[in-house]
Design a protein around this ligand. Structure first.
Ligand code: AOF
Ligand code: ZN
Length: 366
């Protein structure tokens, strides 16, 4: 017989494979045991994609005579995917063991209750050490649940001397083709892609995922305090597939708002401010179920997001080019930090290469 410990060791190792790809979702892993063998595993590999149980069940045959071990309670709600509890019930393993309940109020014990009501023998593990390892693995998930705003991934590509655009504002292209392709893949795994109006004017980007499988259709979001985005902007194309939301202030002209709305953009006016308040935007996005946001610049917006401690994860591409110059753009202008003791550090930082570039991905610790 595979021991509970051995099965969960494997399931936890599977769960950890999703780190960096699934946040703010939890890392979840599953293992299927029959007799003295683990006959199947699965994990939640990327935000918006299949949950661990679904990944395992897709690959497994009959579950008769099997025990299913899952690191987190199977979900009971319809999110981006159907409830895992229902899939487990349909597959009918002999027994289900889970490490911890899902703190998501939409689940919170209901997944386990559903399995029991369907007559499946279901239990929570009593191994405190294993249960604690699951909580440690998902401490960012728990912390995120306790707050109100969306999760923010900041992405930028910079030259070896740390510039994200030349002094003339040019940034096409700092990074390699492979890096840019990876960014398109990331756009397909977020709910929203966010930029400032300066970048929208300078680069005229579309912000859509291209030449990659579309898992989600991200909403494009522009912070445009003064109403500068022209009607000719490429962001106004493809608006049915990839919604466009613009946050502005009372300083933008009414006529401009009406014209963009007529083109299908969703306008939100923040009252009583001269500049759009990023934190309020992130709260609003989460209320709209846009949980995972990719912040793509520019320099000013990244800087104020760092100053305001609103960046959760960083994807920084370091590229073998140099631009030089005092006035070239950097990823954190604004106030910054005075001493090394106050410098931000990245947790779980990992390097990966994309052609000639290196990407550093890590979680920002405040
Ligand atoms: C599971 N198995 O592998 C994960 C679960 O946005 P969605 O639809 O992917 O749903 C995310 C929520 O689902 C997340 O907040 C948490 O409650 C649960 N995550 N549940 O049964 C999994 N990743
Ligand atoms: Zn699920």
């Amino acid at each position: 017989m595979v021991s509970e410990r051995a099965a969960f060791e494997r399931a936890l190792a599977e769960a950890a494979r999703g780190r960096g790809e699934v946040e703010p979702n939890p890392c979840v892993g599953a293992a299927l045991a029959r007799g003295d063998q683990i006959v199947g595993v699965g994990f939640h590999a990327a935000y918006g994609e299949a949950h661990a149980e679904a990944a395992l069940l897709d690959a497994a045959g009959s579950l008769k005579g099997c025990v299913l071990y899952v690191t987190l309670e199977p979900c009971s709600h319809h999110g981006k995917t159907p409830p895992c509890a229902d899939a487990v019930i349909a597959a009918r393993p002999d027994r289900v063991v889970v490490l911890n309940e899902d703190p998501n109020p939409k689940v919170a014990g209901r997944g386990l209750a559903r399995l029991r009501e369907a007559g499946l023998e279901t239990s929570l593990s009593t191994d405190e050490e294993l249960r604690q390892r699951e909580r440690d693995l998902n401490r960012r998930y728990h912390a995120h649940r306790a707050r109100e705003r969306a999760w923010v991934v900041a992405k930028w590509a910079m030259t070896l001397d740390g510039k994200i655009a030349s002094r003339g504002g040019d940034s096409k292209w700092i990074s390699s083709k492979a890096s840019r392709q990876e960014v398109h893949r990331l756009r397909a795994h977020v709910d929203a892609v966010l930029i400032g109006a300066g970048t929208a004017l300078q680069d005229d980007p579309r912000l859509t995922p291209r030449d990659v499988p579309i898992v989600r259709s991200p909403t494009r979001v522009v912070l445009d305090s003064h109403g500068r985005l022209p009607e000719s902007a490429k962001l106004l194309q493809d608006i049915e597939r990839f919604p466009l939301r613009i946050f502005t202030t009372e300083r933008s002209c009414e006529d401009w708002r009406k014209r963009l709305e007529a083109r299908g953009a969703l306008l939100t006016v923040q009252p009583g401010v001269d500049r759009v308040d990023l934190e309020a935007v992130l709260v609003e996005l989460r209320n709209q179920k846009l949980e995972r946001v990719l912040l793509e610049g520019g320099s000013e917006l990244l800087g104020s997001a760092f100053d305001a401690q609103l960046i959760d994860m960083v994807d920084a591409y370091v590229c073998p080019r140099l631009l030089g110059g005092q006035d070239a753009k950097t990823p954190w202008p604004g106030q910054g930090r005075e001493t090394m003791a106050e410098a931000l550090t990245l947790d779980d930082a990992q390097w990966r290469s994309f052609e000639s570039d290196q990407r550093l991905r890590g979680f920002v610790k405040y």
